[in-house]
Design a protein around this ligand. Structure first.
Ligand code: GDP
Length: 515
């Protein structure tokens, strides 16, 4: 744990300079000496001092500012910690860090090293460390709330409480194994042990049955924009992102990279993925990008299937087929999809987890001209198109024109008639996306499990508990103890405190054995 010869570490803890104020942290056994070397009078612990920071070699004043000191065990890190707050100029920070680097026993901290020390010193468990990392990275209100709860021990405390009960159950079983000859050990210790295991099994299973909302809130929902080339996917993404996030081009196939835009929709994080860039390529660098994009699109929570209301395919061939977003690939005939002019290969959206897809009919600015009838000078294509115009789109456009609301549906899912170019119809689409995110993530900021690691550890615990509760195991003390040990170890790994000492502690405390 806290080794005596530990280095004292220092780093700039505030953001990129220049800024009004910088925060430089120093932690370790020489923190006090470091302040003195800078000519600073060490303030009372947890009190603020005003100081002039001097270069230890020349004695020249570098800057002045506030200084705080936290004493060893009472500090957040569990070691003497000093906080220096000079002004946040680049030269000041450089001079301060250089000065600290020249002090005996000090070295620059590695990434995450302060928190790592807090963990090693028992000030934080692993789930709190993860919560802290998420809190710093949180982009939306929902993520911030969730991360704060995790940092404050939402899962950690629960896991500790579960583990404590497991250890009690284990103590009962081990007492029975080791000390069954002795008179003061009650006869039936297995039944209460199994009762504890049964209750834990139900509670942990309950925590896992959360629809993965915690993880989804942490990672953000993924909404993939898909559809035939030139349907206006990139234009829509740009419109939504309100910036030039993707290259919009009138030529098919020019979006080379897969573009991601992070949105904050009513506090919920949504990543929009423009799949226009997902296409076959021989370039190895692009291939890797394409592979990743496919993976992400395949796991999307929602697909916005964009079609061009004015495209020739809509007026000829199989317009109905074009209006069908590809279903999960297990039932999709890739050949048929291609024939329908669907650029995005079936393999792109193949996951069973693509739960839903919404039809977005784009370029309604062009389409409206068609539905209102050809004007003088309109092209022959348009004139011809009118007679064969796709009925679904016509009725959608008409509904939209008359009702001006978003209640249009297609395949029992919301459908939208928009113009990505002018922005018409985009606000209702965004409103629906916001409601979709709110529904999908409802209650997520109260979820216990926020990472795959948590889920794995709890699933491991659950599996061991379930094995413990099966008859052949439940009837054999040694096997039962082994499974309970396994369950406790998995929980211990979750919080990062695996040790066996406390098992013995509980045996001695509860049964007064070995008196
Ligand atoms: P993508 O291949 O699906 O990403 O399509 P793009 O976003 O690159 O758009 C293809 C072309 O259609 C571009 O010339 C866009 O300016 C145009 N476009 C996109 N949306 C609209 C729209 O709502 N109305 C009109 N008139 N043109 C659009």
């Amino acid at each position: 744990m806290n080794e005596p010869a530990r280095d004292t570490i220092f780093a700039l803890s505030s953001g990129r300079p220049p800024a009004a104020i910088a925060v430089i942290r120093v932690a370790g056994p020489c923190a006090r000496a470091a302040l003195e070397a800078l000519g600073v009078k060490v303030p009372e612990p947890r009190r603020v001092g005003l100081a002039r920071f001097r270069d230890p070699a020349s004695g020249e004043i570098i800057d002045e500012g506030l200084v705080l000191f936290f004493e060893g065990a009472k500090s957040e890190i569990g070691e003497d910690t000093a906080e220096l707050q000079p002004h946040g100029g680049r030269a000041i920070i450089a001079a301060m860090l250089a000065a600290l680097g020249r002090i005996e026993g000090l070295r620059p901290a590695e990434a995450g090293e302060f928190t790592r020390r807090a963990f090693e010193n028992g000030k934080m468990d692993l789930t709190a460390v993860e919560g802290l990392a998420d809190l710093v990275m949180a982009e939306t209100e929902g993520q911030r709330r969730q991360a704060y709860r995790q940092m404050r021990g939402a899962l950690g405390k629960q896991a500790d409480a579960w583990r404590e009960r497991l250890i009690q159950a284990l103590a009962l079983v081990e007492a029975r194994i080791d000390f069954s000859d002795e008179g003061d050990v009650p006869e039936d210790l297995l039944a209460p042990a199994l009762a504890i295991a049964g209750a834990l099994e139900a509670e942990i299973a309950g925590a896992l049955a959360d629809g993965q909302r915690g993880e989804r809130l942490r990672d953000g929902l993924v909404v993939a924009i898909a559809g035939p080339p030139n349907a206006g996917k990139s234009t829509l993404l740009n419109r939504i992102a309100r910036r030039e996030a993707a290259i919009v081009s009138p030529y098919a196939g020019t979006t080379r990279d897969v573009i991601e835009v992070h949105l904050d929709l009513g506090g919920m994080p949504v990543t929009l993925l423009d799949t226009a860039g997902i296409r076959d390529t021989d370039n190895p660098v692009e291939m890797e990008g394409v592979r990743r994009a496919r993976q992400r699109a395949a796991a999307a929570d929602l697909v916005l299937w964009v079609v061009d209301a004015s495209a020739p395919e809509v007026f000829s061939g199989e317009p109905e087929a074009l209006l069908q977003p590809p279903p999960p690939a297990r039932s999709l005939d890739a050949g048929a999809a291609q024939a329908a002019g669907i650029a995005m290969q079936a393999a792109d959206i193949k996951s069973e987890s693509v739960a839903r897809s919404w039809l977005v009919v784009n370029k309604c600015d062009l389409n409206q001209e068609v539905t209102k009838g050809p004007r003088a000078g309109d092209s022959t294509v348009r004139n011809e198109a009118k007679g064969r115009f796709n009925e679904t789109i016509t009725s959608m456009v008409n509904k939209q024109l008359t009702s001006k609301n978003e209640s249009v549906t297609h395949n029992s899912e919301p459908a939208f008639v928009i113009s990505a170019l002018s922005g018409d119809g985009v606000p209702p689409l965004l409103g629906a996306l916001e409601r979709f995110a709110a529904d999908a993530l409802a209650g997520a900021d109260a979820a216990l499990v926020t990472r795959a690691r948590h889920r794995r550890a709890l699933e491991e615990t659950l599996a061991a508990l379930r094995r413990a509760l099966t008859r052949p195991v439940a009837e054999r003390e040694d096997l039962l103890a082994e499974e309970l040990h396994g369950a406790a170890r998995a929980l211990g790994r979750l919080t990062g405190r695996v040790d066996v000492e406390d098992i013995l502690d509980v045996i001695f405390r509860d049964f007064c054995i070995g008196k």
